[in-house]
Design a binder for this molecule. Structure first.
Ligand SMILES: C[S@@+](CC[C@H](N)C(=O)[O-])C[C@H]1O[C@@H](n2cnc3c(N)ncnc32)[C@H](O)[C@@H]1O
Length: 274
């Protein structure tokens, strides 16, 4: 293995937090499925314990495979996509660098920023000083569904989950912790429907979509796919989610995209623009 490969292997494992066991989670972290009364009681109890610097936590016992495949919502990781989808991202970025496919890199839906930090790390390790990494997110979580426009999102409840809302300041701090926050990283803050049509992005070599919903996936495809260079990669993180899958299938059908989709793992897919 070259020193570059060693750095990227370690970077992936650090970002996915697979070097360490998954820690217990504070009891209120994933409380959206509990009744309001139980939520309130737990929150009160947590606050009382906090006076004594005690925390109420829940043990989690996940196998390495679930963690590597990005099947869990992790506590400390900077990315939830798992190692297989990070390997795929690495393959795509290394291919466009090697073959000189023109354009920048973007992820729409970044959460704590791990996949974007990884893309910036790949550019850094190969000495690319020209391409940008666009980091597009509301930094406030997912939008409430708009069923009048997107019926596939009708029953989506992801917008209620605070765990998915990570501020831009936190994401910037994560980049800085890895020594990868600089002028090649550009933040696009806001809802995709507002930011992507106006973004300064000219040409893309890799677009990675991870917005979970029909609306979020369609906004990204509609605004960004025309900017993807021939030979560039379109990566979809959430093809296992019905809304995302419907958006991808609708978009591919309406645009007559015939390039074969390749599976990355149980949910990730990608294709290369011809
Ligand atoms: C599943 S998380 C992304 C995980 C991330 N790619 C990683 O590497 O761990 C989904 C993210 O998409 C963002 N998001 C979803 N739909 C959006 C929209 N329409 N506009 C802006 N942000 C959106 C959410 O704020 C959240 O950060």
């Amino acid at each position: 293995m070259t020193p570059e490969q060693r750095y990227l292997e370690l970077l992936k494992k650090a970002l996915a937090f697979t070097l360490w066991p998954e820690p217990p989670v504070p009891i209120e972290t994933f409380d959206y499925h509990r009744s309001p009364i139980v939520r309130r009681l737990l929150s009160l109890l947590s606050r009382l314990l906090a006076f004594r610097r005690l925390h109420l936590v829940k043990e989690r016992s996940y196998g390495l495979e679930e963690r590597e495949e990005g099947r869990i919502w992790p506590m400390y990781a900077q990315t939830m996509v798992g190692l297989k989808r990070l390997d795929n991202l690495q393959d795509c970025v290394e291919t466009v660098l090697r073959e000189g496919v023109e354009g920048d890199l973007i992820e729409t839906g970044v959460w704590r920023g791990g996949s974007c930090i990884f893309m910036r790390g790949i550019l850094a390790v190969y000495g690319d000083t020209t391409r940008k990494v666009y980091v597009a997110d509301s930094f406030e979580g997912l939008p409430a569904p708009d069923p009048s426009k997107y019926s596939a999102d009708r029953s989506d409840r992801l917008h209620q989950i605070k765990y998915l809302a990570v501020s831009q300041a936190e994401v910037e701090a994560n980049f800085a912790n890895y020594g990868l926050l600089d002028g090649q990283v550009v933040f696009l803050k806001g809802w995709f429907k507002d930011t992507l049509p106006r973004a300064e992005v000219q040409k893309l070599a890799v677009m990675r979509l991870d917005g979970d919903m029909y609306e979020s996936t369609m906004d990204a495809l509609g605004n960004l796919y025309p900017k993807l260079s021939p030979g560039g990669f379109c990566i979809i993180d959430d093809y296992a989610l019905a809304g995302c899958r419907a958006a991808v299938d609708d978009f591919r059908a309406s645009e007559g995209i015939s390039e074969q989709m390749q599976a990355v793992d149980w949910t990730g897919v990608y294709w290369r623009k011809g």
